[in-house]
Every structure is written in C-alpha cells, then in structure tokens.
Design a protein around this ligand. Structure first.
Ligand code: TYD
Length: 138
C-alpha cells in the first residue's frame, strides 16, 4: 500500500430512509482486505490499541459514535478524531496506534490486509522505536 497515513472519504449514498456507505478494495482502499473486525461495547474511559503491526495495513472507520486515534510513524505523531461513518483512516504498517475517548455508542470497524497473526504485532513500544529506527537507517 501507499505507505502514508491519511483520511479518506467513502462513497455514501444518501436516501430519505437512511444512508449507505461503500468500501471497495483497490478503489477506496489501496490494498486488498482479507479480514474485517469491529470493536463495540467500548469502555468510554478505556484505551485500546497500544501496538503496531509489522506488515498489516488497515482502514479504520467509526461506523457509530466517535473516538480518537493517536498515531506515531517514522518519528511523526498525529491525532485524528473519527466521528463519521463516511470517513476512513488509512493506517500503514509500522504505525503505533492508541485509541481512546470512546463515546458510549461507538463502534470501530477495521478492514485489514491480512488474517490475524499475533506474530505481526509489536506490543512493546521500545521495540517499535528500535525496529522503526533500523528501517530508517536502511
Ligand atoms: P488487539 O488487536 O490487541 O485489540 P485492540 O487493539 O483493540 O486493543 O486484540 C485483542 C485480542 O483479540 C488479542 O488477544 C488478540 C485477539 N484478536 C484475535 O483473536 N483476532 C483478531 O482478528 C484480532 C484483531 C484480535
């Protein structure tokens, strides 16, 4: 995938009876997705994430409610508030993410480029910094 954190607009068809939002791989998302999962019944005072992935690319969508996503990649930090089901946040590999400030109704949908492998996770922040600096030295 194009290795850049960015927010994208998703094709949304408005109707008087409701809205429909579409995500198509290789059109909206610059990778093919093999897995979808969603976080729900979230604790408003809880923190999720606190990890990075070695190879996984993801698209994250607040399909209901809102929450904040703090990202760190290649030494740069950014924070996004996701609050629209018609917007998605593209998260490339080697990005440390922390999700919090969940509204009580929030649901976070994630489309991921691969199936679940615990070996793809970096859960130790100092290891994330070390691996990241090794990559940038190449
Ligand atoms: P994790 O990715 O750490 O959740 P979060 O980033 O929301 O805090 O996953 C939480 C637990 O769920 C962990 O034990 C791994 C497991 N899990 C799966 O079994 N399959 C999956 O597809 C995902 C995303 C997580």
């Amino acid at each position: 995938m194009n290795d850049r954190i960015r927010e994208i607009s998703l094709n949304t068809i408005e109707h008087s009876t409701g809205s429909l939002t579409v995500v198509e791989e290789e059109i909206d998302v610059p990778f093919q997705f093999k897995r979808a999962y969603f976080l729900h019944h979230l604790d408003p005072s809880g923190v999720r994430g606190s990890h990075a992935h070695k190879n996984l690319s993801q698209l994250m969508i607040a399909v209901a409610g809102s929450f904040t996503v703090a990202l760190e990649r290649a030494g740069r930090k950014s924070t996004f508030t996701l609050s629209s089901p018609a917007r998605g946040l593209l998260i490339p590999p080697m990005t440390w993410r922390t999700l919090k400030n969940f509204s009580s109704d929030s649901v976070c949908l994630v489309l991921a480029s691969d199936t679940y492998f615990e070996s793809d996770y970096i859960r130790d922040y100092s290891e994330f910094l070390r691996l990241g600096s090794e990559m940038h030295d190449l």
